[in-house]
Design a binder for this molecule. Structure first.
Ligand code: DQA
Length: 140
C-alpha cells in the first residue's frame, strides 16, 4: 500500500473558519476523514504546523521513507528558502498544492520556493486540489 502524507502549513488549521469565500467552509479534519474513506487503497496521513522548522523536520523524516508528499506550505510557499531547500534535499516526490488559484491573487503569491523542486503543482480547485494530488500518486 502506498504511503502518502499531506503536510499543511500555517493557518490551514483554520480552514472552514478562515476567509470561507476563498478557502470554503469545510474544516480540513472533516475533509480528511472523507478522503481517507474514499482512498482506502492508500495509507494516508495528515500533518499541520504553523511553524516553519516543524514543516522542515517533517519533510526530512518522511522524505526518505514515504511514497509521496502532498505539500501546501501556505504562506511559507512564497517566503521560505528553507522549505524549498528541504523539498530539494529529500528523495520522496512532492506535489505542491494550493486551495486557491494563487496566480489570480496578489503578486506576492505568484512566487513559490517549492515549485522548482516539486514533481508537479495543483492549484485553484479548492480542497479537490488535494484529491487530484492523491490521484496523481495512485496513477504513478
Ligand atoms: C494557500 C495560498 C497561499 O498564498 C496562502 O498564504 C495560504 C493558502 C492556498 O492553499 O490557497 O495560506 O496556500
Amino acid at each position: 500500500m502506498k504511503k502518502i502524507i499531506i503536510i499543511n502549513g500555517p493557518n490551514l488549521n483554520l480552514l472552514g473558519k478562515r476567509e470561507p469565500n476563498i478557502y470554503g467552509s469545510l474544516s480540513f479534519t472533516d475533509f480528511f476523514e472523507t478522503v481517507k474513506e474514499k482512498y482506502s487503497n492508500v495509507n494516508l496521513e495528515y500533518f499541520q504546523s504553523n511553524i516553519e522548522g516543524e514543516i522542515i523536520d517533517k519533510l526530512q523524516t518522511c522524505g526518505f521513507e514515504y511514497d509521496g508528499i502532498i505539500l501546501n506550505a501556505a504562506a511559507y510557499t512564497h517566503t521560505s528558502v528553507g522549505i524549498g531547500d528541504a523539498v530539494k534535499a529529500i528523495e520522496t516526490p512532492v506535489v505542491e498544492v494550493h486551495i486557491s488559484n494563487t496566480f489570480s491573487r496578489e503578486a506576492f503569491r505568484h512566487q513559490s520556493f517549492i515549485s522548482p523542486h516539486s514533481k508537479g503543482v495543483i492549484l485553484g480547485f479548492g480542497l479537490q486540489s488535494y484529491e487530484l494530488a492523491i490521484q496523481s500518486f495512485i496513477n504513478n
